[in-house]
Ligand binder design. Structure first.
Ligand code: F6P
Length: 478
């Protein structure tokens, strides 16, 4: 991307400001998207890339604190939405309509026209900011379900722009999408068709998108391309990876070793089962707790010999479906601990907290089993991170077949997250798996994940996007 400047657009900027004792500092945002974008190979590009996102700070705070991020690798352009628009856009349309629908929870969808209007207003506000900064040779890369309409909005103002879009969650079957009003689904699909390249985590999601375009808009696709407004829109699958080296090398960090030793000695008489998820109904934590209950019921010989360390990371807790989930989880933890616990042993250690990186790695590397059971998940990077951290090639991954990651991790023990007895049975197999078999499975998965890491992911999307630009130039020479 020698002569092209990159413009990234995502809901969150990759940092936030934190003020403590009247001193403000910059806190980098965690998450796959930030790592992914930061690992793009931008060498050769003479201009600083730009990152546009919605501000979680005021305009005044930005003016004051801007110098703190001035020397970063990116130039940041925050978009300031008014409180009500942001609420109805983020908590409303994005996370109470699109999120549940795209994760196959139609009964959780709370569709309201005012939410759609806020989504439209937010996409337009971001488009206006893009228009102020975009130059003809820029590459625009839009991320995620918050901005499905944005590619077409940008296209209308900048017909020759190079625009890529990547969806970080599943794209559902048309039968789900058609639950939205016609005006709404048409707006979302045509919005995406403003891009030159639309990327998904898996082939299934790509096919669902193409089928939806065909069934909702009557447009045929050929070789994963749709012809729209005299342009070709390419779609494809790019399964996102992780920063493999970062997770793999963390095994030997001093702080990680210290935390791991502490964990292992605290649970020296038990095997450790571990899970960590953002608070979300899609993650299947309640079903996981039911499965643990079934496990302790069916295999009483394991009582006293395991501990389940359950970490739930706070997320979206202004939305009822999220805070009520927290209460449900806490009740279930209490019920199971009360049912099986003794004066000297509790089956579940529960924490509702953010984990620092060394603690997370210590848990990944101290556990005997990682129990990852989402009901739906676009990819699930926790599963990939767990595999990457296990330099010792020990530990067993029990993984839901309903995650995008299951496509690449066939050596895990794959389970149906809704079948508590199957999960219990596979959990027993995991706890009893011979060390040689653990190594065999780990080695294959590690090989696969290290050869398609996040850097490969980002660069392969970018190369394909640049190719669409080349093809365009050849068919319309200037
Ligand atoms: O998986 C989709 C995603 O938007 C990620 O990009 C992000 O890390 C995660 O969900 C958390 O979402 P939020 O920004 O709502 O906290």
């Amino acid at each position: 991307m020698k002569n092209n400047r990159l413009i990234i657009i995502s809901y969150r900027l990759p940092f936030s400001f934190k003020t403590e004792n009247r001193t403000t500092s910059v806190k980098p945002s965690a998450g796959g998207l930030v790592t992914a974008v930061k690992s793009l190979d931008l060498s050769g590009s003479s201009q600083k890339p730009v990152w546009i996102g919605c501000a979680d700070f005021t305009q005044r705070a930005w003016e004051k604190n801007r110098p703190l991020v001035d020397n970063d690798d990116f130039e940041y352009v925050p978009v300031f939405l008014d409180r009500k628009t942001n609420q109805d856009f983020y908590n409303g349309f994005a996370n109470s309509v699109l999120w549940p629908l795209f994760h196959y929870f139609p009964s959780y969808v709370d569709y309201r026209d005012e939410y759609l209007r806020a989504y439209q207003a937010a996409n337009q506000a971001v488009c206006a900011v893009v228009s102020e900064v975009v130059q003809p040779s820029d590459i625009v890369w839009v991320h995620d379900y918050h901005f499905l309409a944005l590619p077409q909005l940008i296209r209308e103002r900048h017909p020759n722009a190079t625009i890529g879009f990547f969806l970080h969650i599943p794209f559902p079957s048309y039968e789900l999408l058609r639950l939205l009003p016609v005006k709404c689904r048409t707006y979302l699909l045509t919005g995406l068709l403003g891009a030159d390249l639309v990327g998904f985590h898996t082939t299934d999601y790509t096919i669902h998108f193409l089928q939806s375009v065909q069934l909702a808009l009557g447009m045929q696709h050929k070789m994963w391309k749709v012809s729209y407004q005299e342009r070709l829109v390419q779609s494809n699958a790019y399964p996102i990876g992780i920063n493999y080296a970062l997770f793999n090398e963390a095994y030997g960090d001093n702080e990680v070793i210290k935390e791991r030793v502490e964990l292992k000695s605290a649970y020296k008489d038990q095997k450790i089962i571990f899970s960590v998820d953002r608070l979300d109904y899609t993650k299947g934590v309640m079903q996981r707790l039911d499965a643990l209950d079934a496990f302790l019921q069916e295999y009483p010989e394991w009582r006293g010999r395991i501990v389940f360390i359950l970490v739930v990371v706070p997320s979206r807790d202004e939305i009822q479906r999220y805070w009520e989930r927290k209460q449900m989880i806490e009740q279930a933890v209490g019920r199971i601990n009360g049912k099986y616990g003794t004066l000297t042993w509790l089956p579940i250690m529960y924490q509702y907290a953010y984990l620092a990186f060394p603690q997370l790695i210590a848990l990944y590397t101290a556990c005997d089993v990682a129990l990852i059971t989402p009901i739906r998940d676009g990819m699930n990077l926790v599963a990939k991170e767990f595999i990457a951290t296990r330099k010792d090639q020990q530990g067993v991954l029990v993984l839901s077949e309903m995650t995008g990651a299951a496509n690449e991790l066939g050596e895990a023990l794959l389970i149906d997250p809704l079948d508590e007895f199957e999960v219990a049975e596979q959990l027993k197999l995991a706890l009893e798996m011979a060390p040689e078999e653990q190594t065999r499975r780990m080695a294959i998965m590690q090989q696969r994940l290290s050869s398609y890491d996040v850097e490969k992911w980002a660069n392969s999307f970018m190369n394909d996007l640049l190719q669409t630009q080349e093809i365009l130039k050849k068919s319309h020479p200037q």
